[in-house]
Design a protein around this ligand. Sequence first.
Ligand code: ZN
Length: 141
Amino acid sequence: MNVDSIQNGVVIDHITAGRAMRLYELLQLDKLDASVALIKNVSSKRMGKKDIIKVDAAIDIDLDLIGYVDPGATVNVIRSGEIVSKESIPMPETLTNVLVCKNPRCISSTEQELPQIFKLTDRENKIYRCLYCETKAEPER
Ligand code: ZN
């Protein structure tokens, strides 16, 4: 595909260099039928180097997940060849069904129908804790 001529799709820009593969996995882009381009180490005035992911399909992207893995990444939504929205994604306050609590006695482990909810408790150190038992999540590197 010509990655510059997406008509309907999503471009995730300003990804920290080296993070694109992790985002690709977590967003499960491998399961998509559409063309996906992962471009590594693009030179950037602001960042030195950055990664970019281009998806040639009008999919719903989990913005919380992007904000968790790489806060500051930019999501551009493209419809009919035009950028209709461009958003820098902050670190989310709450993560639902992104992380899984490792505490076997946590109510979210024993009650399978409960969503896995984590709250950001320390923005500087990127620490998320389980809403139910306050177990700390493994940090994303
Ligand atoms: Zn828990």
